[in-house]
Design a protein around this ligand. Structure first.
Ligand code: PHE
Length: 339
């Protein structure tokens, strides 16, 4: 009999399970009301006196072993359940996470918005599909104005005209209609023009236009602001404003930055002149202010627009504008280190 109990102790020690039903069956087998221990304790009275002590100790050892086994297995199961429920399997190795990278257009856009945020400009956005008023008429480009041809417009519908905006000046009109001066805002966004696609031009690209309207804003403020911008953006402070024409500004100018002629690339991108054209600017035409219900006798303003794609191509030496919209990961991955 004692040998049988000893073999049961060994069986208890060897038992292991994480299954609730198996653990319960194990408990019933040893500790249940009709379990083995009950049987052994009942047999105690028939054991010869000289063996009673050893018998009693062995049955107690079996009881303790069975009880602590059940407790241990139940506890192990409970903590396993808990970790599954809340955290998943904590013992699993971590999964490698692939880091993405920002698109060069976003990097340049963020840089420019940061630079202007520092001097109090907020960011405004508007729809890519525009009406005639916001893209043209309000900007001093009435119907049949010859300068409309400059814009190579994609029309979505006729009468009334619905079109893909050709510049983000349309956002400035919306902003002036809804906000009173002082206004300091920059409008980044995608614009569309029906142009032949080549390494240097695409039928869509990105602009950032800036607008400042307040009492007594002058051309000197415009020049100062652009100089601040080129210094922060390119580390070059020498700029040149060449007289030009835009219907919505008067006077108007083309913005050139002195880039230098130190390397072969400098020669290439500035066509041997050292000067690089980065956008257009001017004093907001009084007609435009009036169209947006701002009194031109009280307020004046300046506006400017720069191309984000061109700047990205310049800064990262991207030879073909089409690379910016192909989304080839081998190209995009190269911008990993940039913020
Ligand atoms: N909207 C002009 C363009 O797309 C750029 C510009 C903006 C010029 C503001 C002057 C003032 O070409």
């Amino acid at each position: 009999m004692i040998d049988k109990i000893k073999s049961e102790i060994a069986a208890v020690a060897a038992f292991s399970s994480s299954n609730a039903e198996e653990i319960e069956n194990f408990r019933i087998k040893y500790l249940g009301s009709k379990g083995l221990l009950k049987t052994f304790f009942a047999a105690f009275k028939d054991v010869p006196n000289d063996q009673k002590k050893e018998f009693g100790q062995t049955v107690n050892a079996l009881k303790n072993a069975a009880e602590s086994k059940v407790n241990d297995l139940k506890e192990a199961r409970a903590s396993q359940e808990e970790s599954k429920g809340v955290y998943g399997d904590l013992s699993r190795p971590g999964e490698p996470m692939a880091f993405g990278s920002r698109h060069p257009i976003s990097i340049v856009k963020n840089k420019i918005t940061d630079i202007f945020a520092r001097i109090g400009f907020n960011v405004s956005e508007g729809p890519e599909i525009e009406d005639d008023w916001h893209n043209f008429t309000a900007l001093n480009l009435p119907e049949y104005h010859p300068a409309r041809d400059m814009q190579d417009t994609f029309f979505v519908a006729k009468d009334p005209d619905v079109l893909l905006r050709t510049h983000t000046s349309s956002v400035q009109v919306r902003y002036m209609e809804n906000n009173k001066p002082p206004i300091r805002t920059i409008s980044p966004g995608r614009v569309f023009r029906n142009e032949a696609i080549s390494a240097r031009s695409h039928c869509f690209f990105h602009q950032i236009e800036g607008l400042y309207v307040d009492k007594g804003v002058s051309f000197a403020d415009l020049k100062q602001t652009l100089q601040y911008f080129t210094t922060e953006m390119f580390g070059k402070s020498e700029i040149r404003l060449r007289p030009s024409y835009f219907p919505f500004t008067e006077p108007s100018a083309e913005i050139d930055v002195y880039w230098g002629l130190e390397t072969e690339t400098d020669h290439k991108i500035t066509k041997g002149t050292g000067w690089l054209e980065i956008g257009g600017c001017g004093m907001v035409d009084p007609n435009v202010l009036e169209n947006c219900k701002i009194d031109p006798n009280e307020y004046s303003g300046f506006a400017f627009g720069v191309g984000i794609d061109r700047i990205a191509m310049l800064l990262y030496q991207i030879p073909d504008i089409r690379m910016l919209s192909e989304n080839d990961v081998r190209f995009l991955e190269q911008f990993k280190a940039s913020i």
